[in-house]
Design a protein around this ligand. Structure first.
Ligand SMILES: CSCCC(=O)C(=O)COP(=O)(O)O
Ligand SMILES: [Mg+2]
Length: 226
């Protein structure tokens, strides 16, 4: 019996299109000026330093910015990029430039699990700050209070079993008590490798995805933890 839900965001609770056609372009357009303007802000400075370290240490600010833009274009789940995107999206949410897409079935089912006392956690490549903004400013209003906690790439990559072992350890739960929801087979394979239960979400409005061996659901409505 699963006692805990751990969910992905993009392609699972929310449309891939929203992330790729709204969030990523917004961060791409705003990132150069944002980094130049806030380069001395300690939160930004540490992410610039992390990019520089990856480039070998001597890159100037414009080279760091160019690298970050390349990472956005390649959809690289690099922790410094994800942290900076979270800071940039904060402005977008607060100014009402967009609200975060959540599928109605995900909204209904997450609410019902929460009301039934089921602990809900998020594991996304988006930074923890970005995840909190996402559910704070969703199309259905503030869903953030439903979540007991968040995990991002600081727990490791989503395609590595070790990341899921770390999350289970952080939750002080056996892995088999956790049901991980995702659209990506490689992430589900990694979660199963760590002993978690899995369910694959295959959305009708998303491109066809590889499935194999994980219970498949078109929406959250048919998922029965346990
Ligand atoms: C927190 S919303 C933005 C999601 C994001 O930046 C991303 O890369 C999507 O990652 P996911 O692990 O949710 O597929
Ligand atoms: Mg996903």
């Amino acid at each position: 019996m699963s006692r805990i839900i751990l969910t992905d965001i993009e392609g699972t609770t929310s449309a891939i299109d929203f992330v790729h056609r709204v969030l990523f372009p917004y961060s791409r357009a705003a990132l150069p000026d944002f980094v130049r303007t806030h380069a001395n802000n300690p939160a930004v400075q540490s992410e610039i330093a992390a990019v520089r370290a990856e480039l070998g240490g001597n890159a100037n600010l414009e080279q760091v910015i160019a690298t970050l833009l390349e990472w956005i274009d390649a959809d690289r789940k690099a922790t410094p990029l994800k942290a900076l995107q979270g800071l940039i999206w904060d402005v977008g949410y607060q100014t009402g430039a967009f609200t975060a897409h959540v599928y109605i079935d995900a909204y209904d089912q997450l609410r019902s699990w929460h009301q039934a006392g089921m602990p809900l956690y998020v594991y996304s490549s988006g930074s923890i700050a970005a995840q909190k903004l996402f559910f704070r400013y969703s199309v259905f209003g503030n869903l953030l209070p439903w979540f007991s906690g968040h995990f991002d790439t600081t727990s490791g990559g989503k395609r590595e079993a070790e990341s899921y072992r770390r999350i289970a350890a952080a939750l002080q739960q056996p892995a088999e008590a956790i049901l991980f929801l995702s659209d990506v087979e490689a992430e589900l394979d990694a979660a199963r490798g760590a002993g978690m239960k899995t369910a694959q979400i295959c959305r009708a409005d998303a491109p066809p995805i590889s499935t194999g061996g994980h219970p498949v659901h078109a929406t959250f409505r048919t998922i029965l933890p346990g």
